[in-house]
Design a protein around this ligand. Structure first.
Ligand code: ADP
Length: 643
């Protein structure tokens, strides 16, 4: 069978370069990654055997084996798990199947400090490649359970790797690292030393539920009699390194934070510590234990459909399902962890899981537990809460729409950017407490970016009067504000919708003055409404503008343009809602237009001005004029005349 040579994908090659010129301060973690992969492979074999019959699969004595050879300077991590087919090796190991990788590499190059870079890599699960931090060559020999032939993959971590089919390969995967030359000044990093391996496994992988055995050459094992000649023929002595104890089943006092963190890293494919660890012990007729983690950083695929989600479901310490997404609602999809039930059918399929009474019971309880942990965090650890909300607020807010049962709990922990002085995010409670005398509603504005929202003409009168407005810029904001509608009896109102009457400012025309103004403008407004009838349903004088000449607003119950395009993107038919054009009678442009209209100015010329005014209003809220070319032509014409 010929050996084929392949080029790494560009991205994979870049990652490898990063690995080789290691950005990690702590190289020991490569072993954790390989052990973690081996453990996953054993889980997968067990789950496959549980669900379908895998002919010729060997499921006896599943284990992980680490073998060192100081003379050859090699380290091998071996498992008898699911293994990989020839094609799978090419796919899984030869490429980085991740669409976000390019942008990740960009971020990585920009990351200032090593810690930042380390964190970033963690998000992208480049576990296997981390071997190149300590090895100048890696070999992987694998045979997929149930298949006859195996595959050998080798690479020096440079531009290429080779693939070759091989016979007589045991089931599972063996990864051999040809370690870089030993550093005589740093014996601490000799990965062929038995005590070093023991120490790393104990530190990072103690909880792994499969035995991790160390196989050392006889000379190393017999440290007591170092001088004895190595007996070439003596069998290697395996030694189990990990305790295999389930952390969630051990009493809290017995487990260190470090141990919890390592479990999280394994489950979450993350290199960083979690933000929060949550334990739950449910007693009574239906017993279960849960250990949940909130990550400190949003993964890149948080909004990717079909990404891996969910908790690991165990029944009496045995993993029966990875990524079980029925255990938490979708808006808590960032939570990682395990649930171990005493008494659950082992043959639950994903399809019936959602219906299962016990699963539903656990889901309710776990949801409440997570939300109360968020509430506690908010009260006791504001900085951690701020991190959580920054990373996962956009996801948690989905719950405001989908989970009416927990809506109040979610509203209590939600916080928002605001126009208020210090720029700190504010809760609805905080907002309500500092509302102005006489203010009844909670005001917000949705939009694409904080800047565009803050500078929107809709804000002007609010800014002028010092009324606080929440700045909502996540896509989900458009939806939840409508679904929720009010907070403790106060309406949530968009400053870009409906009529806004904030009462007169001292310098503003009052009562009679206003009526007079309305009379003066009646002709222009009527004429404009006719001219712009294709786009707007009404033209009126504004009480929300102080600086801008015009703005467009929606009726209180109309969809906003953003929501409209969101529905369209989801393939839903929605009629285009006509907007309302509001003019600022205090603005020179508007005054001049009215004067010209009343003076009987040429209507064709006025039409151009009317279209310009409308176009400006659309631009100011972040939209685009219906006919950009025509708009530009009009602007250019006017500029030319002004020269
Ligand atoms: P991750 O483990 O984060 O997915 P890796 O680069 O470490 O990333 O591994 C890529 C993929 O290669 C794994 O998801 C798995 O499918 C496969 N793989 C790695 N190691 C093994 C192994 N020991 N046995 C079977 N498959 C493996």
């Amino acid at each position: 069978m010929p050996t084929e040579t392949f080029e790494f994908q560009v991205e994979a090659r870049q990652l490898l370069q990063l690995m080789i010129h290691s950005v990690y301060s702590n190289k020991d973690v490569f072993l954790r990654e390989l052990v973690s992969n081996a453990s996953d492979a054993l889980d997968k074999l067990r789950l496959a055997a549980l669900r379908e019959h895998v002919p010729d699969a060997d499921v006896s004595d599943p284990h992980i084996e680490i073998e060192t050879d100081p003379d050859a300077r090699t380290l091998t991590v071996r498992d008898n798990g699911i293994g990989m087919s020839y094609d799978e090796v090419g796919q899984l190991i030869g490429t980085i199947a991740n669409s976000g990788t390019a942008s990740f590499l960009q971020e990585l190059r920009e990351a200032q400090d090593a810690a930042g870079a380390e964190g970033l890599i963690g998000q992208f699960g480049v576990g296997f490649y981390s071997g190149f931090m300590v090895a100048d060559e890696m070999t992987l020999v694998t045979r997929r359970a149930g298949e006859g032939r195996g595959t050998r993959w080798t690479s020096r971590g440079e531009g290429t790797y080779t693939l070759e089919r091989v016979e007589d390969v045991p089931q599972g995967t063996a990864v051999t690292l040809h370690l870089k030359p030993a550093d005589p000044d740093n014996q601490l990093h000799d990965y062929t030393s038995a005590w070093k391996i023991r120490e790393i496994v104990k530190r990072y992988s103690d909880f792994i539920t499969w035995p991790i055995r160390l196989v050392t050459p006889p000379a190393e094992a017999a440290t007591a009699d170092r001088d004895a000649p190595a007996r070439e023929d003596a069998p290697a002595e395996p030694e189990t390194l990990n305790s295999m104890k389930a952390l969630w089943a051990r009493p809290r006092e017995e487990v260190s934070d470090g141990e919890y963190n390592e479990l999280y890293k394994h489950l979450g494919h993350d290199w960083r510590d979690p933000l929060e660890t949550i334990r739950l012990q449910a007693e009574g007729t239906f017993e279960y234990q849960a250990l949940l983690f909130m990550p400190a950083h949003a993964p890149h695929d948080l909004f990717t459909q079909g990404a891996r989600r969910g908790l690991h479901l165990y029944v009496k310490r045995v993993l029966i399902m990875e990524d079980c997404d029925a255990l938490l609602p979708s808006y808590l999809r960032f939570v990682k962890g395990v649930v171990d039930a005493q008494d659950l059918s082992l043959n639950v399929s994903r399809e019936i899981l959602q219906q299962d009474r016990h699963i539903r019971m656990m889901r309710r309880r776990l949801t409440k537990k997570v939300l109360s942990a968020v509430k506690d965090m908010m009260a006791k650890a504001p900085e951690r809460y701020a991190t959580l909300w920054r990373e996962f607020g956009p996801v948690l807010k989905e719950g405001l729409v989908t989970d009416s049962e927990n809506r109040d709990a979610l509203l209590a922990v939600a916080s928002f950017a605001t126009t208020h002085g210090d720029g700190e995010p504010v809760t609805l409670k905080g907002y309500a407490e500092r509302m102005k005398d006489g203010q009844e509603d909670i005001y917000y504005l949705t939009g694409e970016s904080r800047q565009s929202v803050e500078n929107s003409p809709h804000m002007e009168a609010f800014r002028d009067r010092g009324i606080e407005v929440l700045l909502l810029t996540d896509p989900v904001d458009e939806v939840w504000v409508d679904a929720v509608g009010e907070y403790e009896g106060r309406r949530l109102r968009s400053v870009a919708k409906g009529e806004i009457d904030l009462g007169a400012r001292p310098e503003e025309p009052l009562g009679g003055e206003r009526e007079k103004q309305a009379e003066e403008y009646a002709g222009l407004l009527g004429w404009l409404a006719e001219r712009l009838a294709d786009d707007v349903k009404e033209v009126r004088l504004s009480s929300r503008l102080t600086v801008s000449p015009a703005c467009v607003v929606s009726d209180a119950h109309d969809l906003t343009p953003a929501l409209e395009s969101m529905y369209r993107a989801m393939g839903q038919e929605v009629p285009a809602a006509k907007r309302i054009l509001e003019l600022n009678p205090g603005h020179v442009l508007v005054k001049g237009l009215n004067q010209a209209f009343r003076d009987g100015e040429d209507r064709a010329r006025l039409t151009g001005t009317a279209e310009l005014l409308y176009g400006l209003a659309v631009l100011a809220e972040g939209g685009r004029p219906k006919d950009p070319a025509q708009f530009v032509k009009l602007v250019a014409e006017r500029l030319e005349r002004a020269l």
